[in-house]
Design a protein around this ligand. Structure first.
Ligand code: FE
Length: 180
């Protein structure tokens, strides 16, 4: 093979050498979503009045999902009990739980322990809240006495996303892009 003098690849810097062995057999493919807060409105799935969910990662093996919740109304959204852990990061706006005295402010990280029941509320001075949530297990919707009125988990979410993506012309299988 001909080579042009002076154009040989420079030796990589020792602090920038990539891993050169194969990845493990059977490994799940990685997932990168550049526009987590999508500009394309078709990717925001209505899940309630003035409330949308933008799926990022729907993990059917582990039974959890990561999504961006966007709310453009104030007041009580819903009351729910968690069977699994929740991790949240507030991207825009603010919200709180009626059961706690703290507010989730822009830039806040929140851990919600399994077993916790709380009532998600957006204050009147917040026109839009956007929060990244990773939700493990089931979220059971309950009345103030804890009686279950419904639930969501990664599988009910997938059904809602499928129906929406089909309705907006992306096709129900668009949801597979987010599944691992
Ligand atoms: Fe919660």
């Amino acid at each position: 093979m001909l080579s042009t003098p002076g154009l040989e690849a420079a030796a990589p810097r020792p602090d920038r050498v990539a891993y050169r062995k194969p990845q493990p057999w059977g490994m799940t493919p990685d997932l990168v979503i550049a526009d987590a807060c999508a500009a394309d409105e078709r990717l925001w799935v209505p899940v309630g009045p003035d409330t949308w969910s933008r799926p990022l990662h729907l993990n059917v093996t582990g039974g959890w999902y990561t999504h961006v919740l966007r709310v453009r109304r104030s007041g009580v959204l819903q009351r729910h009990r968690h069977t699994g852990q929740v991790h949240a990061f507030v991207i825009r706006g603010r919200w709180h739980y009626l059961e706690h005295d703290w507010f989730a402010e822009e830039g806040s990280y929140i851990f919600e322990p399994p077993g916790e029941t709380h009532t998600l509320t957006v204050p009147d001075d917040c026109a839009e809240m956007i929060t990244l949530f990773t939700v493990h297990g089931m979220l059971a919707y309950v009345d103030p006495d804890g009686n279950v009125t419904g639930y969501d988990d990664v599988f009910t979410r997938i059904e809602k996303y499928r129906a929406h993506f089909e309705a907006v012309g992306l096709g129900a299988d668009h949801v597979r892009h987010f599944m691992r």
